[in-house]
Design a protein around this ligand. Structure first.
Ligand code: GLN
Length: 486
């Protein structure tokens, strides 16, 4: 089935003339038509996708023109990234009818590489959540079992790749929003090093934590997508030059001598035994390849969640100040005073999780509390970073589960924010420490995918790719697809 090809397979088949970009795009659109009603992974499909694919085919047939590395490959983007002409709603009512007036840098680079932006994927409102249940545009369902959540906040992108709607997609990750849904949907998800990928044109959630990254079916595809979008961007001052991903096909799969750390704080009593077993089986595979595995300690890990749930709402509350119903998006009928108009637009436009975080953040930043909460959380963040600096003197990568559980029932944690927040326990440290981290499928529990997380040194993505590629050549978890795909 054409739509099940990996990006690299599809590239090869297109180059060999076995399939056209049009056929690939049509196959994806056909699957979306069949299944998206049930999954709600896409919230908008591009009407020009097929034409764009055709024009790439024409260009290719004519020859003589340089075609980009993603020429004719359909790619999806999360609804908080601007893709000119498509809706950028961030999953919120307040941006219900907002159409992107320009391309985010990531989208611009994807298009320059010849990718076809197939559509926009569903997400938790303003990327706040771990289940894609807070979207104004309805719940996304997990392709492995439609009664389960796909994870979040980039649940639409993860589900779209798992369901064979599209071979690759982009998401954003502030505390785990790429890796956790990748884990729950059984695909690869990468949060690059902070500063490696431009956020220009991404709606900011927590600016010191946000990073854009790819979803794919294989580690090599994820590397290829990173290679296309990474690098310095004058429009995002936090980007740094220096990340030059090796051409995906050339990534070494030799892991002999690589040192891997297992943090004892992550493998505590009470952890789901079946997840532990899957993860330790993966450790064995890497050991057999010659990797050296050690126990390590990240002594401040237990404070990460608390620090994150101060820093993130503080930054979010400030970033969301711009949505006032005046400049763009939803505007309530005007009140008697300007303040009342703002209050109505924001009151009606934002959902309850977003309001909860705006309130938490505004509280923690207010006079008298700033030092006690925000400043303290920043200090804890420093300690967490130092833990990682210290550990990376001795190991090349850190291995953990991505999520403490597999996908849960829709509705199960929705009214219990604290339990929902706890599902981010393994992912948030990488954002606080600004390091790269990747999730890849490593087994199943009750028919639902389990994810393995690899964290690396700043700009150490290559090591993660090596380990991941080795793992995927020795195992076949990443080739499994939900039955409904067939
Ligand atoms: N689930 C986390 C949260 O709700 C992470 C979100 C994200 O990475 N965007 O904040």
């Amino acid at each position: 089935m054409i739509q099940s090809f990996t990006i690299i397979e599809a590239k090869q088949k297109i180059a060999a003339g076995e399939i056209t970009s049009k056929a690939l795009t049509e196959a994806c659109l056909e699957r979306i038509k069949k299944q998206n009603g049930a999954l709600n992974a896409f919230i908008q499909i591009s009407e020009t996708a097929l034409k764009e694919a055709e024009s790439i085919d024409v260009k290719r047939a004519a020859g003589g023109q340089e075609l980009g590395v993603l020429a004719g490959i359909p790619i999806a983007v999360k609804a908080n990234m601007l893709a000119k002409g498509l809706k950028a709603t961030a999953g919120s009512r307040i941006l219900e009818n907002y159409v992107a007036p320009y391309d985010a840098t990531v989208v611009e680079r994807l298009r320059a590489a010849g990718a076809i932006i197939l559509g926009v994927t569903n997400m938790d409102e303003f990327a706040m959540g771990s289940s894609t249940e807070t979207s104004h545009f309805g719940q996304t369902h997990n392709p492995w079992n439609q009664t389960k959540v796909p994870g979040g906040s980039s649940g639409g992108s993860a589900a779209a790749v798992a369901a064979d709607f599209v071979p690759g997609a982009f998401g954003s990750d502030t505390g785990g929003s790429i890796r956790q849904p990748a884990s729950l949907c059984g695909v690869v998800g990468l949060k690059p090093t902070y500063g490696r990928v431009s956020r220009y044109g991404l709606m900011a959630m927590a600016s010191s934590l946000d990073q854009i990254g790819p979803f794919a079916r294989t580690v090599e595809d994820a590397a290829l997508l990173l290679q296309v979008v990474e690098g310095d961007d004058p429009k995002d001052a936090t980007t740094v030059a220096g990340g030059d991903t090796t051409v995906a096909e050339l990534i070494s799969e030799d892991v002999a001598g690589l040192r891997i750390g297992l943090p004892k704080e992550y493998f505590l009593e009470g952890m789901d035994e079946r997840i532990r077993t899957s993860v330790f089986q993966a450790v064995e595979v890497l050991q057999q390849g010659g990797a050296d595995v050690h126990e390590i300690s990240l002594p401040h890990a237990e404070y990460a969640l608390a620090a994150y749930y101060i820093i993130m709402p503080c930054e979010s509350s400030s970033n969301l100040g711009r949505f006032d119903g005046m400049r763009y998006g939803y505007a309530a009928s005007s009140g008697r005073t300007l303040m009342e108009t703002y209050e109505r637009s924001r009151g009606e436009g934002f959902g309850s999780e977003v309001k909860r975080r705006i309130m938490l953040g505004s509280y923690a930043l207010s006079k008298g509390y700033y030092d006690a909460y925000y400043k303290k959380a920043l200090q804890v963040r420093m300690l967490i970073r130092r833990d990682f600096d210290e550990v990376f003197k001795h190991v090349d990568a850190i291995l953990t589960p991505t999520s403490p559980s597999v996908a849960w029932n829709i509705g199960e944690k929705f009214d219990d924010p604290l339990t929902m927040y706890l599902s981010d326990i393994y992912t948030i440290s990488a954002n606080l420490a600004a390091i790269p981290a990747m999730s890849l499928p490593c087994g199943f529990v009750d028919g639902l995918p389990v994810g393995l997380q690899l964290m690396g040194r700043p700009f150490g993505e290559e090591t993660l790719f090596r380990l991941g590629k080795h793992y995927q050549t020795k195992t076949d978890w990443h080739t499994k697809r939900p039955e409904k795909n067939v």
